[in-house]
Design a binder for this molecule. Structure first.
Ligand code: ADP
Ligand code: ZN
Length: 517
């Protein structure tokens, strides 16, 4: 115990543990497996670095990116810890030096790329040495469901059999329940103790704006934030160039960053951003991994991201210093349509299903009429006790009305189509659409056919999403996102319970507004 604190103070120069760190370190030090879910910047590294010093032998840290390894090793060396890395970036003599240090037992920590670790010669060598623990950083890379699947991570499932008795600690900042389950299964961490830190970033204010004239919307947003540091994410390189150009023309200190630029150009942009010489970086998602800049005041998503995990990670780059920060999403229903089309064009059926479901969750967030933080954290598997008070919905709530009748129509329609169809079909049936799919299934003969002409499709879709958020309906991810009723739907269907819905704010089609006027 006091050894733990001593090491914290004397080696790492830190005053006290953050939530969970102490318990995690104790667990691993005592030879137990651990699974750590902690947001980026939460302090995951210490959870294996400190036990590495408390236990005999060398700790092996699996990490997917050479740049991340290098930063960590440099920081450890600066603290006087005997750390090294072993990957493809080393010159042959450097690699040899690392190997002989490893054999001599003079390394506290060794960072390795997953494919190196599992290579036969290397694993055999380790088998003869004393291993303090094995840490698997960025553990979500084992999951095909995750946004960063790496096939070489899948082989890490063999670690348990190869190194029996060596404690393993898996760490990730990606928390959605499916990814979590994959990590446990692939790595065989059923015996691991789970440590889940809250993913809430209370100082970040989430705002979604309906996207029209996005350049002007962005300029207006930036006008009141002069001199602040921020990132604007776009989906394509072309868009990045275009937006950066526009901002410079408007007089903002903006620079472009995307994978199409030469590596030295990219690192120069990153360097200037970190040193506060460039205020705004307009970038694709290639930007930001591993950047630990505390005073990023805003993150703007100019285009709709493909999934909420990515959105959470990207917005999470704002406000590391804990000061009030902004996350702005420009949401166009058209972006969602384009994304859906692209998903349907690519990949195999399984990938399309997974991607489609993720996109639905992202759209659900963008179109949410209840607290955005609740939706976001809910997706990450965390229940907020109350609304956050620091998102656009909480600060400027939409109008609510008695939605019992509308809800009952939706719920009974889902029931009538035998809980075997997705959102669009259910709404088509309600609105009495005359199309192939409706006719083929004989759904034009259902009692709920055409009983919902009082609302537009966009409005029904919004109501459906609200019923999903409120827990009356769920989308079955394992089966084409078909809609199923939850037990909570029963009392509403029977007329025993009323419920409120919010008037949709994000009209999918402005044309409808005109026809109404
Ligand atoms: P993660 O890997 O979870 O993204 P890091 O391990 O890189 O986070 O830690 C993020 C920052 O927090 C680092 O600058 C680290 O020094 C700091 N940190 C970690 N633990 C503590 C602590 N107990 N007290 C103060 N700072 C800490
Ligand atoms: Zn809120």
């Amino acid at each position: 115990m006091s050894k733990m604190l001593d090491t914290l103070h004397n080696v790492f120069g830190l005053q006290e543990f953050r939530p969970h760190q102490e318990a995690i370190i104790r667990r691993v030090s005592e030879s137990g497996d651990a699974f750590v879910l902690m947001p980026t910047g939460g302090g995951k590294s210490l959870c294996y670095q400190l036990p590495a010093l408390l236990r005999d032998g060398t700790a092996i840290v699996v990490s997917p990116l050479i740049s991340l390894m290098k930063d960590q090793v440099d920081a450890l060396l600066a603290n006087g810890v005997r750390a090294a890395m072993y990957n493809s970036s080393l010159a042959p003599d450097e690699a040899r030096a690392v190997m002989s240090a490893l054999r001599a037992g003079t390394l506290d920590l060794l960072y390795v790329a997953p494919e190196r670790l599992m290579a036969p010669g290397f694993a055999d060598l380790l088998g003869d040495l004393e291993i303090a623990l094995i840490a698997i950083d960025e553990a979500h890379c084992v999951s095909q469901w995750g946004h960063d699947f790496r096939p070489e991570y899948a082989a890490l499932g063999e670690l348990q059999a190869r190194f029996p008795g060596v404690p393993r600690i898996a760490l990730t900042a990606t928390a959605d329940p499916q990814t979590r389950a994959d990590i446990v299964n692939v790595l065989g961490l059923q015996q691991a103790e789970m440590f889940v830190t809250s993913f809430d970033r209370p100082n970040i204010r989430y705002t979604v704006l309906e996207k029209h004239q996005p350049k002007q919307q962005l300029a207006r947003f930036l006008a009141s934030r002069e001199g602040q540091s921020g990132i604007v994410y776009c989906l394509s390189r072309k868009r990045v160039e275009e937006v950066a150009e526009h901002l410079r023309w408007k007089g903002y200190p903006a620079e472009a960053y995307h994978a199409g630029l030469a590596a030295p150009v990219r690192s120069a942009v990153q360097e200037r951003f970190i040193n506060d010489e460039t205020g705004i970086v307009v970038a694709t998602v290639a930007f930001g991994m591993g950047i630990d800049k505390p005073n990023v005041r805003f993150v703007v998503h100019y285009d709709l991201p493909r999934h909420l995990e990515g959105y959470y990670q990207e917005t999470g780059r704002a406000g590391r210093d804990g000061l009030p920060s902004e996350a702005l999403l420009l949401y166009g229903a058209q972006d969602a349509g384009t994304a859906r089309y692209q998903i349907e064009q690519g990949g195999n059926e399984e990938q399309r299903r997974v991607e489609g479901h993720k996109l639905n969750a992202m759209v659900g967030f963008a179109e949410s009429l209840s607290c955005r933080r609740r939706v976001l954290l809910g997706y990450l598997g965390e229940d907020l006790r109350e609304d956050c008070g620091n998102c656009d919905i909480c600060l400027d709530p939409p109008n609510r009305f008695d939605g019992t009748l509308a809800a009952r129509k939706l719920l009974s329609c889902i029931y009538r189509v035998r809980q075997s169809f997705g959102m669009k079909h259910v709404v088509d049936v309600l609105r009495g659409a005359d199309n192939e799919q409706v006719r083929r299934h004989g759904h034009d003969r259902l009692s709920t056919y055409g009983i919902g002409t009082e609302y537009s499709s966009a409005e029904w879709m919004s109501f459906l999403r609200q019923l999903i958020h409120q827990g009356y309906v769920r989308q079955d991810i394992a089966a084409y996102s078909v809609l199923r009723l939850t037990p909570e739907a029963g009392p509403v269907l029977k007329g025993d319970q009323d419920l409120e819905l919010a008037e949709p704010r994000l009209k999918a089609k402005p044309a409808r507004k005109r026809s109404r006027a």
